[in-house]
Design a protein around this ligand. Structure first.
Ligand code: ADP
Ligand code: AMP
Length: 217
């Protein structure tokens, strides 16, 4: 059976970093709702225009907007061999909509990986993050610097600091996480899907823990 994964965890836990390498290793389609929204913002689509105000303030975009966007992705050919949902679902109502969509597509989730880390580490990770303008790969000024300053190792495009990687926006995003997303841990635990990894270790340690978690199905 192909892998159908959700990566769950607070902003800065390392979901995007791990999703990129895990998708390459297992040939999965990586769906990052944050990246999709930023692409919509750049292209000034109607979805991008709705999302902008919420994202700038570190708030969640309304469920119906996100769910419609993800539904479109799941119906696409690329996801049939397996996928990683990174940053979705983020509310119980999104999780319920996802369950329904996947039931219709007859592709139930195989695991939900919880990236466990204390809030105290997240501000430094996020305010030091550098993101690629081309392929969205995340780097870090100290913890994962690019080989050449300001340039993506993978695609050569410029790196930038996201508008919502500022202290006030990070604080709001963490509040949103604890208020609306953390309840999903119980939701997936009850369904027997939850696997935890210690996300406070260096990147390679997290990758090893993730592989072990994926074997436990
Ligand atoms: P998320 O997708 O969960 O928001 P990212 O994968 O973008 O998180 O990681 C946030 C920041 O932390 C990035 O700058 C990334 O380079 C860095 N990072 C990711 N994993 C680790 C790790 N295990 N140790 C230290 N820094 C990390
Ligand atoms: P991320 O790149 O995952 O950190 O997401 C950046 C921002 O995009 C979030 O702070 C939200 O404003 C928005 N966003 C991404 N995914 C979702 C989601 N599943 N539900 C609501 N808003 C989202």
């Amino acid at each position: 059976m192909s892998l159908a994964l959700v990566f769950l965890g607070p902003p800065g836990a390392g979901k995007g970093t791990q999703a990129k390498t895990c998708a390459e290793r297992h040939r999965l389609f990586h769906v990052s709702t944050g990246d999709l929204f930023r692409q919509n913002l750049r292209e000034e689509t109607p979805v991008g225009l709705v999302a902008r105000g919420f994202m700038d303030r570190g708030h969640l975009v309304p469920d119906e907007v996100v769910c419609a966007m993800v539904r479109g992705c799941l119906e696409a050919e690329e996801t049939t061999e397996g996928f990683i949902l990174d940053g979705f679902p983020r509310t119980i109502s999104q999780a319920e909509a996802l369950e329904e969509d996947l039931e219709q597509l007859e592709r139930p989730l195989t695991s939900v990986v919880s990236f466990e880390i204390d809030d105290g580490m997240l501000m430094e990770r996020l305010t030091g993050r550098l993101t690629c303008k081309g392929c969205s790969a995340p780097f870090h000024k100290t913890f994962n610097p690019p080989q050449e300053a300001g340039v993506c190792d993978d695609c050569g495009a410029d790196l930038y600091t996201r508008d919502d990687d500022t202290e006030p926006a990070v604080a709001a995003r963490l509040d949103e996480y604890h208020d609306k997303t953390a309840p999903l841990l119980g939701y997936y635990e009850t369904r027997g899907l939850l696997r935890s990894v210690d996300a406070a270790q260096p990147v390679d340690g997290v990758s090893g823990a993730l592989e072990r978690a994926l074997e436990d199905r």
